[in-house]
Design a protein around this ligand. Sequence first.
Ligand SMILES: N[C@@H](CCC(=O)N[C@@H](CS)C(=O)NCC(=O)O)C(=O)O
Length: 212
Amino acid sequence: MPDGIRLHTYFRSSASWRVRIALHLKGLDYQSLAHHLRKGEQTSDSFLALNPQGLVPALEVDGVVLTQSLAICEYLDEIAPRPQLLPPVPLDRAKVRALSLAIACDVHPLQNLRVLGRLRAAGLDEDTVNVWARDTIEDGLAACAHLLADYAGPYCFGEAITLADICLVPQLANARRFGARIDYPRIEAIEEACLAHPAFAETRPELQPDAE
Ligand SMILES: N[C@@H](CCC(=O)N[C@@H](CS)C(=O)NCC(=O)O)C(=O)O
């Protein structure tokens, strides 16, 4: 097990929340280092030296820097295999990854701070930018509802929390922030089940030391 884990984070960052949930589930202690994204601290030379992408989260493990929340979660799953974030059966694992990637690759990046900033810089007004973010999230959640339709709860893919839940719940917080519709009973039930679990409840954005 690593001697020292440092998480570079921001309270409202949903990608950072994914990692906080995984660390909590695995019972791994870590030190939190906050970077204020709205003040642009992710673009400082010192942060770019850690993560040239200028994005949180980044995880320092015994001095080695890991980036990309899903790669970090899979790393944590490998060093601390219980509880498993990815199911043992390859077909199930592919389904969990597909939902996780649908959110992390196809929804979240389109409503990310820098993308919305670029839309504003291109001349879009605030309402149009918000509609972009809201519609992007609504399209993604509609697809997720379909991807989950054949599975029973309480979590996305059954009785065990997986990487899919770790991606879905933080994305729902973003959905609320942008006023996106979340009226899918299955998704609402998954969120409720997850938030009843300490790994989700105790790592919520509003409980972070840098929360505003
Ligand atoms: N694919 C990356 C996304 C990371 C990401 O977009 N982080 C956001 C916060 S949730 C960020 O740092 N945004 C800063 C910016 O857009 O400048 C991951 O999963 O780690």
